[in-house]
Every structure is written in C-alpha cells, then in structure tokens.
Design a protein around this ligand. Structure first.
Ligand SMILES: [Zn+2]
Length: 161
C-alpha cells in the first residue's frame, strides 16, 4: 500500500528528486541508478510496497529479497567493473526501505564504513553515469543463468606460437 507522505511511494517524484533512472523492476522490487555524484552506477533497490525499514521486511518481499539483492548487486558490479559493491541501509532520511548499492573500486571516493564519500570528491562525468545505468539495465534484461551454466570460467586461449 502506497503512503502518500512517502517520497519513494511517489516514484516519479523520487526519480526526479534523486536524479535517478529506473533500470529494472519485477513484481515486488525496482532498481534505479543515480545519475550524478561521485559514484558511477550507484543503485537504489527498493520494494514497490511501502515497507518503512529493513526490520519491517516481510511477505513476498522478504521471500525474494536475497535473490533480488544478489542479482542487482552482481549486475552493478559487472556493469561498473567494481572490485566490490557496498550495500547499506539507513532509513534516517527516507523511511521506505531501500538498499543503497555502491560500486567500489580501490582508491575511489568511497571509504566504506561510516565515511562513505570523501569530502570534495570529484563529480563523475554525466556520460559515465548514463553509460553505467544503461549497462546495468542491459545486464538485468538478460535471463538468469541456470545453475548448470555457472561453472569455472573458460580456460585461457592457448598461444598459437
Ligand atoms: Zn513508501
């Protein structure tokens, strides 16, 4: 049930406010990518239903959360080439559950823990934000690999010399 007082329940308003683009959704969840700031490919993964905090997560959203979180964070990592994806949930400013997915490269603006983004971090190129959003969108448009398809990576090509 949408809460008219909640920014994230007014999805178009939220997209404009955060300058983000929705790149994927299913029956219960949506992923948006923020298109400005120091971190390229920064995602918001949130349930369509108004669930205030992680501690309120229940029902179908709870049942699907792990798989969706794994899939979305893996797509963000693959699309941005990040070393890892930081995932954090606060709820202090917007009490509608959302996972912040922050792709992290060694030495970038993210310092992890409570610091998050360094003061004075350089803004990334808007085109890079757009490219990352498009790459994440594409990654999530592909079918899930079946467990049988998940094996060891292919062996490197042998030299022809
Ligand atoms: Zn809400």
């Amino acid at each position: 049930m949408a809460d008219s007082e909640c920014l994230l329940c007014r999805v178009d308003d939220a997209d404009a406010h955060f300058r983000r683009r929705r790149v994927w959704q299913d029956e219960y969840w949506r992923l948006s990518v923020v298109l400005h700031g120091a971190v390229v490919g920064f995602g918001h993964l949130e349930p369509h239903r108004h669930i205030p905090f992680i501690t309120d997560l229940d029902g179908a959203e709870a049942a699907t959360c792990g798989a969706v979180l794994a899939r979305a964070s893996a797509a963000v990592r693959a699309a941005t080439g990040a070393d890892k994806v930081y995932v954090y949930v606060f709820g202090d400013r917007v009490p509608h559950l959302h996972f912040n997915l922050a792709p992290h490269h060694l030495g970038d603006a993210l310092i992890g823990g409570s610091g998050l983004i360094q003061p004075g971090a350089r803004q990334a190129d808007p085109a890079a934000h757009e490219a990352a959003a498009t790459a994440i969108e594409l990654a999530l448009s592909l079918p899930l690999p079946s467990p049988a398809d998940r094996g060891d990576p292919p062996a490197p090509l042998k030299s022809m010399e």
